[in-house]
Design a protein around this ligand. Structure first.
Ligand SMILES: C[S@@+](CC[C@H](N)C(=O)[O-])C[C@H]1O[C@@H](n2cnc3c(N)ncnc32)[C@H](O)[C@@H]1O
Length: 260
């Protein structure tokens, strides 16, 4: 598997080739979340360190998940990501468009997109292990995909995207400032369409043991309203590998082209 990782190259939309890389690399010397803030002079640094600590915890959580659990041991696994794939196809764009799957994990959406002939796919996830798993599954085909290991709120895109897809990653952002950063990023780098899937108000309140934010259709539309026009919505009962159901809400949007 290791040699495959080394061999797997991603081709950026600019045409340059590079190995899977990390963005938003966390800093050193984090403080415990329970530690008392230092003096007022150091308060700003303390806030930064708390932020870094949160990022480390999040990364560790997801790396552990993908290290210890098989796809049939996590609730979100889909043999065929039908709804996501159908939404992307409904945008009716050429196969050359730039697509990003945010928090793609080891989803088979990338397999479907490659099989359908999409040529410019990026999969981003906070977990390197998740992406390595997909690269291993795809074999040679992995070299046709851009792989990005990054916390989405630290992501500094080098290109814009025509389609932004996110199933069950956005809803892990529970802090106002993180949600704002996600929305600002999506608004700035999406030039076409956006598809977001979250747990609905009828869905679970946690995912992978972490708190999530459930969304109603109105809340999701409102969250993305400053950058996007609402297109369509759909709820879906996802059957988990354990036979339980989780109610998802998917909303799709088109970039609002009004520039202020
Ligand atoms: C519930 S899983 C969903 C995976 C995939 N989208 C699917 O539908 O099968 C959530 C995924 O989001 C990733 N993730 C969570 N928080 C993230 C963040 N802040 N930035 C990037 N990826 C994140 C996790 O590593 C995980 O792969």
């Amino acid at each position: 598997m290791y040699s495959l990782i080394i061999q797997t190259r991603a081709i950026s939309s600019a045409g340059s080739e590079h190995l899977p890389y990390k963005q938003g690399v966390t800093g050193s010397n984090p403080v415990s979340p329970t530690e008392k803030p230092p003096s007022i002079g150091g308060f700003f640094n303390y806030l930064i360190e708390q932020y870094i600590t949160m990022d480390i915890h999040r990364t560790k959580h997801w790396e552990k998940v993908y290290e210890t659990k098989a796809p049939n041991q996590v609730s979100w696994t889909q043999e065929y990501p039908k709804t996501s794939f159908e939404i992307i196809q409904s945008f009716d764009l050429p196969k050359t468009v730039r697509i990003i799957d945010v928090g793609g994990g080891d989803s088979k959406l990338v397999d479907c997109l490659l099989d359908a002939g999409y040529e410019n796919i990026t999969v981003l996830d906070i977990s390197e292990k998740a992406l390595l798993r997909v690269q291993y599954r795809l074999g040679e085909k992995a070299s046709k995909v851009n792989w990005i290991v990054s916390d989405i709120i630290k992501f500094k895109p080098e290109t814009s995207f025509d389609i932004w897809h996110d199933r069950a990653a956005f809803h892990f952002l529970t802090e106002e400032d993180e949600i704002s950063q996600y929305l600002a990023l999506a608004s700035s780098c999406v030039k076409g369409y956006l598809s977001i899937g979250t747990f609905s108000k009828l869905g679970p309140v946690k995912c992978s043991g972490l708190n999530i934010l459930q969304y109603s259709k109105e809340e999701l539309i409102s969250a993305f309203s400053s950058g996007f026009n609402f297109l369509d919505s759909k709820t879906e009962d996802h059957t988990t590998p354990f036979g339980t159901t989780q109610n998802f809400l998917f909303c799709s949007f088109k970039k609002n082209r009004i520039i202020f």
